[in-house]
Design a protein around this ligand. Structure first.
Ligand code: SF4
Length: 444
């Protein structure tokens, strides 16, 4: 990239660093018992991954498959149970083990039936020891699978947040970029979620769809606002169907970037004008909503236990998971291999996180939050300053007008434009080692 050119605004969504494409098979297959022995375990996060969906959405590159033939969900839950038992054994009881948050993600966790969701909660509670009714529990869902019986199970077992991927309330836009869905079905699902009594409703919306304008975007935003969701996520579209403008090359890419930036600004201003606060580029929270547990700011130092074939786990020095793929056939093979696994006592695929990477991760995760990063927290953890550790990157962000010159002393914070360019800025902070590993993966 030309050092004088700003990066494109939509390079990639940095929801975790290092990205899974930088993971590699771990030749020593370290035992989980050793990996977790010296780690603090009294405020862990628990994540259970359900890699099934009814349909594949046009924009989705998550680790998931369509449908689950031949009792695959049963075999998957059996494997989750075995994995949970092995992981809980590895955590041991020498120091207190407590889960501070829990989440079911996917895929679509509510692809599981009500009875299977009961079993999923049992695995979290009885095998892992998570007290689901006492901690924030977030669950992702889709309009067709957010049925009353499933929601009743989740509400009863302690779900505090239900996230519904709506994407667009305009049927033609849903057909173009998402999945065909009827507005009436989406509204009915939202009604069922509100009826379930789960306290936090999150609605996901997408901008940058072919033909989407300020006016149709506003239509979706207002339709979502009518439900007064406690949270709203506005996602830029990343994958376009290869139709129309999609084939036209750099000029079309620039036009698409401009459309997305325009709609982002429109959406942000619209939500700010309707009583919402901006938490990050994507996340908005209703200002008068009661605080309900964690947002998308991954805790900087606490460990994470991920169960399921697409879930990551983090200790302070190793991020690990199972094999990763985006190709459908590969994903199906990985899920099948997971369900056939008997020994879950070792980490198979991952990436070590040394002190340099830990600094990058801390900076990335804090800077991409609207509230910014307190410099004293960074100094306390690393004994230095981000300006000493990342002088070139921060000077470049400053030159681009992406740092807030009016932030209070002691706070490193993005400007409005910096936040708008989060998906261009984030990847600029990747280390050369992680970049090289990601590039080599993509070349496969
Ligand atoms: S429901 Fe979610 S995980 Fe499944 S294909 Fe659609 S966006 Fe991807």
């Amino acid at each position: 990239m030309n050092a004088h050119q700003p990066p494109r605004p939509y390079t990639s969504y940095v929801y975790a660093y290092p990205h899974k494409t930088a993971y590699r098979p771990l030749p020593d297959r370290p035992a989980l018992t050793g990996l977790w022995a010296g780690e603090p375990k009294d405020a862990l996060s628990l994540y259970l991954h359900i890699p099934f969906c009814e349909v594949r959405c046009g924009f989705c590159n998550l680790f998931t498959r369509i449908g689950a033939p031949d009792e695959l969900t049963t075999r998957y839950l059996d494997a989750l149970d075995r994995q949970a038992t092995a992981v809980r054994d590895a955590l041991g009881d020498a120091s207190p083990v407590r889960f501070a948050t829990a989440a079911f993600g996917g895929g679509t966790p509510t692809y599981l039936t009500a009875g299977e969701l009961e079993r999923l909660c049992d695995i979290a509670e009885r095998r892992m020891g998570a007290d689901l009714r006492a901690v924030p529990l977030s669950v992702e869902s889709s309009p067709a699978t957010a049925t009353a019986d499933r929601l009743a199970v989740l509400a009863d077992r302690g779900a505090t947040r239900l996230s519904l991927g709506v994407q667009s309330f305009v049927e033609a836009e849903a057909r173009a970029a998402v999945r065909p869905q009827r507005r009436a079905d989406v509204e009915a699902a939202l009604g069922r979620i509100r009826d379930s009594g789960v306290p936090v409703l999150n609605i996901d919306l997408i901008y940058g769809i072919d033909g989407q304008t300020e006016s149709t975007w506003r239509h979706s935003l207002d339709a979502a606002l009518a439900w007064r969701p406690e949270e709203l996520y506005l996602y830029p579209l990343y994958i376009r169907p290869l139709t129309g403008l999609g084939r036209l090359g750099p000029a079309a890419d620039r036009a698409w970037d401009e459309q997305r930036l325009r709609l982002y600004r429109y959406g942000r201003d619209h939500l700010l004008g309707h009583g919402y606060e901006q938490v990050s580029m994507r996340m908005f929270r209703r200002a008068d909503a009661p605080p309900q547990g964690p947002d998308d700011h991954a805790c900087q130092t606490d460990g994470m236990i991920g169960l399921g074939c697409g879930a990551r786990s983090y200790t302070s020095s190793l991020h690990y998971s199972f094999d990763y793929a985006v190709d459908m056939r590969e994903i199906r093979a990985i899920i099948d291999a997971y369900t056939a696994t008997a020994d879950f006592s070792r980490a198979e695929v991952g990436r070590r996180v040394d002190s340099g990477e830990a600094r990058r991760r801390h900076l990335l995760q804090s800077l991409l939050q609207a509230e910014g990063m307190p410099l004293d927290g960074y100094a306390e953890r690393f004994g230095s300053s981000p300006f000493a550790d990342f002088p070139a990157e921060l000077a470049r962000f400053e030159a681009l007008g992406w740092l807030d010159a009016d932030a209070p002393a002691g706070l490193l914070r993005l400007s409005d434009e910096g936040l708008a360019h989060s998906d261009g800025l984030g990847p600029e902070l990747f280390s050369s080692g992680v970049r090289a590993a990601m590039a080599a993966y993509e070349a496969k």
